[in-house]
Design a protein around this ligand. Structure first.
Ligand code: CA
Ligand code: CA
Length: 72
């Protein structure tokens, strides 16, 4: 998935009030989703996005990629 498309999807999901920006409350939800296994669809998407070798787990290297890419 191309990065801008990925960002668009993240934004679409987490800009809950659709005001075009991610506020702190929305950001907390985003990070909450990214960092916890809540089983919602977006988490699945995130998981598959960063499980580069598709072994159904996130290795330290893959997590590093995620942190770099998402600038966490
Ligand atoms: Ca918003
Ligand atoms: Ca993996």
């Amino acid at each position: 998935m191309e990065i801008n498309q990925w960002v668009d999807e993240l934004f679409e999901v987490f800009d809950v009030d659709k005001d075009g920006v991610i506020n702190r409350r929305e950001f907390v939800e985003l990070i909450d989703c990214l960092l916890q296994d809540k089983g919602i669809r977006m988490c699945e998407t995130i998981f598959h996005r960063f499980d580069s070798n598709h072994d159904n787990s996130i290795s330290k290297a893959e997590l590093k990629e995620m942190v770099i890419e998402l600038a966490l």
